[in-house]
Design a protein around this ligand. Sequence first.
Ligand SMILES: Cc1cc2nc3c(=O)[nH]c(=O)nc-3n(C[C@H](O)[C@H](O)[C@H](O)COP(=O)(O)O)c2cc1C
Length: 315
Amino acid sequence: MSEAKHINLYEDHEWKHPTIVAGVPWKNPVGTASGTFQYAAVRWFYDVSQLGAVCTKGASPVPWEGNPSPRTAEGPGSNLNAVGLQNPGIDHYLATDLPQLKEAGAMVIANVAGHSDDEYAEVVAKLADSPADMLEINVSCPNVSHGGMSVGTDPVALGKLITRLRAMTDKPMIVKLTPNVTDITVPARAAVEAGADALSMINTLLGMRIDIRTGEPVIAHVTGGVSGPAVLPVGLAAVYRVRTALPEVPIIGIGGIDTGEKALEYLYAGANAVEVGAAALFDPVAPLRVARELDDLLDERPELAAKLAAGRTWR
Ligand SMILES: Cc1cc2nc3c(=O)[nH]c(=O)nc-3n(C[C@H](O)[C@H](O)[C@H](O)COP(=O)(O)O)c2cc1C
């Protein structure tokens, strides 16, 4: 076995089509979506510095155990999860995952989780002096009882939280939005007015499944978050509507991406970049494969490629 840090299933590649998100250059427009990337596993498949960005699992002030099992279920063209933001806590993240990823040359987006404004603030305070390149504030998880989606669906509470976090750091701050609202442009505007540098969307859709042998919910938390191919049209509509309402804000499109073509749809909807989530759960190489496919598709679309490279978008 060689001492190489990565096994690369892909040959070396010179990226042709970069993008810029909130002033931060990405070598290509494809990152991983939070909660679906684990460095310890992925490093055996590819060089993570090849990605546009690596967005890590939500980190909370102290370790969280997550929800009871069963926590996942299948859906039509989708999956349902109620992991509940299980994670070993921000101190562990700062001591292990983050330095390893930076050493591997990755551009890192640190995803922040909390049950209250104070908890979000505690994590952001610790990340402020860290080597993380960008922060992504998760105000959209449907699987925690406090914080998460309950903040992201209330524009007043969201504005208050982001105003507080904004004052704590100069790091580019992305706010991750939930699709579980009537009009996603309302929280989008509240986040930007409070100082968000960029928005990412979508987090998972609220859903459930029933076991017809018992008549009871399949997952112990009863409801969970729906992700995967079925949510693609929902994510695209969210990006398009926010781009139309807020022409200047950088947007990262997320939801149902498993090919370069689907990533391209998000870029045409008005995104500056994308993140690949559930596809990586059954194909760990998916984010890099999507990035390679997109790089070739952009060859044939010089107008879009030029806009992205200049930090602008199709719309
Ligand atoms: C197992 C699992 C864990 C996730 N954990 C997080 C998380 O910690 N923080 C977060 O902001 N989003 C989390 N998400 C949401 C994804 O990052 C993404 O927004 C969503 O799954 C939609 O994209 P996809 O259809 O490509 O999966 C998680 C999703 C899954 C499936």
